[in-house]
Structures are given as structure tokens and as C-alpha cells.
Design a protein around this ligand. Structure first.
Ligand code: F6R
Length: 365
């Protein structure tokens, strides 16, 4: 049931502090400063041998794969590539020995993801699933995996599955990192940062009113740009996808610095840009990108930390997000973007839970 929420999507957005807790339950091992997984079916020796990771999936699950690329390379220093499952299944790329292939999927039934896993498994590579639905086709086809335990996701637009996937990928980064160069101290610190995450999401949900006002203002836009760098680049893609699929407004996500290579030509006073600009290593760079857009007359909506007068001086509208470590920012920063898509869709009279032309699980090619 929707438990008092107007839509499943809204309920699922609000469930995220809890669904993240469920993804972490029993998996953070303080004593050894690492993460533990019941179903990876890998010995520590086998895990240490992994030299490359391929993450594959579709749609939102592909976006969490992109977050995973930044996460795992950062925490574990293992090279990661991210592949659309629909491309991977026919592309026949050379895959080295000691490559681990993860299929990322909420439903566990996406035909392309299933086919990509089957094909890589047939070639003798170890395949694992990061999956929400227990006992689903992909969970069964894989050699092992990690369940999200996010509970049923009913809204067609994926929300809580995305944040849980990112959380699982962060824990995998910790696990692989601790088998390699990550120190005990750093491992403990990461566990502590993960433990704070549900509270940070709870706090982020407090932006709902702010987001509703922004939605009101921009509901008639015909194109919206979403821009962020590093960990916040996949978040920009995901924000754009949410808006497209439920409000039918055209949106594009880009790494903010790519703007000047073409998309900035789209900017005019009718085309808002959403900048994801919390404090972090690329803050001043994103600031410069934001000023470029502003200078060309484009309305700017910024997702930024509270008490950031610099952002306030440039942006037309600011949505506050709490400051969290960079590797966890996607999980926090996607929340206002989910809400923004939700409120705009609602204002435009769209069927939020069942957008046109879409199905919850895509079991055809
Ligand atoms: C977007 C969305 C889709 C799915 C994609 C993969 O909100 O829901 O893009 O993410 O169809 O689905 P799963 O994760 O079930 O494999």
C-alpha cells in the first residue's frame, strides 16, 4: 500500500533512509574494518585475484554502474568499465582473465542484462548480480551476488533501488579495497561514514518544500540541463532521466565541463540548468562552469551545501543538501532530483507511477 503517500514514487523516495539501512544490515564488519557479503561465492584469494570489473545494466541501473566505476576505482583501485547490457551482449569485447562481471538490476528480469550476463558467463567469466528481487531470473543465472533488500519498488521510475545499488557498490569498494591497499583506519572511517548515510538522507528529504517551489517555477520548461562532475556526473544523468520519464520534459545530463563543447549552445533564458555543486574537489571548477551558463542568460538551479554564499550569489535557486564525503554524494544528491522530477510531473498532470510507454520490467530486447 501507499501508506498515506499520494504515489508509490513518493513513498519510495521517503523510504530511502530505511532501504539504505537494509542494504547495509549485517554487512559492515567493524572488527575487520571491511564489508562482508553472504552470497559473493568468492574466497578472499579469488577476490584478490580480480584485476578488472565490468558493471553492466540498463537505465537507472546503468547509472548506478557509473557511480560504481568512480567508487570502486577510488576505494579499491581496480579498473572498472561500465557497459550498457544491450550493447555488451552483442559487442563481443575482449575480456581479460580475472575479470568479474556484475549485472546490476532492480527487477532481476531485464532481458538485455540477463543476456549480457549469460553471454559473459558462457565465456567462462565469473558473473555476479546486484539485484533487488530475490530469486529473479538474473539472481538465478549469476554465480552469486548481493541483494539490495530495498523492498518492492512499485513506481515505474526507479528511486530507492538506485540509492541501494550505489550503497552496495560502495561496500564492494570497501571490501575489495581492504583486500588490497586500504588501511584498517581508513576502513573504519568508511564504515563510520556509511553508518551516517541514512541520517544524511533523512536530512536531505527536508528539502521537499524548497524543491516544490522550484518545480512550480520551472514546470513549463521544454528542456532542462543537469550538470555535475566526478561523482556527481552520473547523478546528473540520473536526474535528467527521472525528469524525462515521468514529466516528459526533454532533459540532458552532462559532465559540467563538457558544456563548452556543444551543449552550451542550448542555453537561453528559457532553458534552466541544474548544477550539482556541493563542496568537494571539483567545487571551484563547477563554479566556473555555472558562471559560464549564468553569463549566457540561463536560469541556474543549484544543489549545494547550506551556508554557501558563493553559490547563492550566482544561482537563481538553491536546494540544500548536507555535506557528506564525496564518494557518498550521489546517494544524497539524487534525492532532491527525484523529488524535482516528481513535483514537476505532478504539476503537469502526468501519471507519476505509470508513465506512458514504460513498463516496470523490460523483459523484451
Ligand atoms: C528508470 C528505470 C529504468 C530501469 C531499467 C533497468 O527509472 O526504472 O531505466 O532502471 O529498465 O531495470 P532493472 O534495474 O530492473 O534491470
Amino acid at each position: 500500500t501507499r501508506e498515506g503517500f499520494e504515489h508509490y514514487m513518493l513513498k519510495e523516495i521517503y523510504e530511502q533512509p530505511e532501504s539504505i539501512r537494509n542494504a547495509m544490515r549485517g554487512r559492515l564488519d567493524e572488527e575487520n574494518a571491511t564489508a562482508v557479503f553472504g552470497g559473493l561465492n568468492l574466497t578472499p584469494q579469488q577476490s584478490r585475484m580480480v584485476e578488472r570489473i565490468i558493471l553492466t545494466g540498463c537505465g537507472t541501473s546503468w547509472h548506478s554502474g557509473l557511480v560504481g566505476e568512480y567508487l570502486i576505482e577510488d576505494l579499491a583501485r581496480i579498473p572498472v568499465s561500465v557497459e550498457y547490457a544491450s550493447e555488451l551482449r552483442y559487442r563481443n569485447p575482449p575480456i581479460e582473465n580475472n575479470t568479474l562481471v556484475f549485472g546490476i538490476t532492480q527487477s532481476g528480469e531485464t532481458a538485455d542484462t540477463l543476456a549480457a550476463l549469460r553471454e559473459t558467463k558462457r565465456k567462462g567469466h565469473r558473473t555476479l548480480a546486484i539485484c533487488n528481487v530475490v530469486g529473479s531470473s538474473i539472481a538465478q543465472a549469476a554465480d552469486g551476488g548481493v541483494y539490495l533488500y530495498a523492498g518492492p519498488e512499485i513506481g515505474v521510475a526507479s528511486t530507492k533501488a538506485f540509492t541501494s545499488q550505489c550503497c552496495v557498490l560502495a561496500m564492494l569498494g570497501l571490501y575489495f579495497g581492504r583486500l588490497r591497499h586500504l588501511s584498517f583506519e581508513r576502513g573504519k572511517q568508511i564504515i563510520e561514514e556509511l553508518r551516517q548515510l541514512p541520517n544524511a538522507i533523512q536530512q536531505t528529504l527536508g528539502c521537499n518544500e524548497q524543491v516544490r517551489d522550484v518545480a512550480q517555477k520551472y514546470q513549463n520548461a521544454s528542456t532542462v540541463l543537469y550538470l555535475g562532475r566526478q561523482f556527481n556526473f552520473p547523478t546528473a544523468l540520473e536526474g535528467a532521466l527521472k525528469l524525462k520519464e515521468i514529466s516528459y520534459i526533454h532533459a540532458e545530463g552532462y559532465p559540467a565541463a563538457e558544456m563548452k563543447h556543444g551543449p552550451i549552445a542550448l542555453v537561453d533564458k528559457e532553458t534552466p540548468s541544474v548544477f550539482i555543486i556541493p563542496r568537494g574537489t571539483t567545487y571551484t571548477k563547477v563554479m566556473a562552469n555555472m558562471e559560464e551558463v549564468k553569463a549566457r542568460g540561463g536560469p541556474v538551479i543549484a544543489l549545494a551545501n547550506e551556508d554557501d554564499p558563493q553559490v547563492q550569489a550566482v544561482a537563481d535557486d538553491v536546494i540544500h543538501v548536507p555535506q557528506v564525503p564525496e564518494f557518498l554524494q550521489p546517494i544524497v544528491n539524487v534525492v532532491p532530483l527525484q523529488l524535482l522530477a516528481y513535483h514537476i510531473a505532478l504539476l503537469r498532470g502526468c501519471d507519476v507511477d505509470k508513465p506512458r510507454n514504460l513498463a516496470k520490467s523490460v523483459t523484451v530486447e
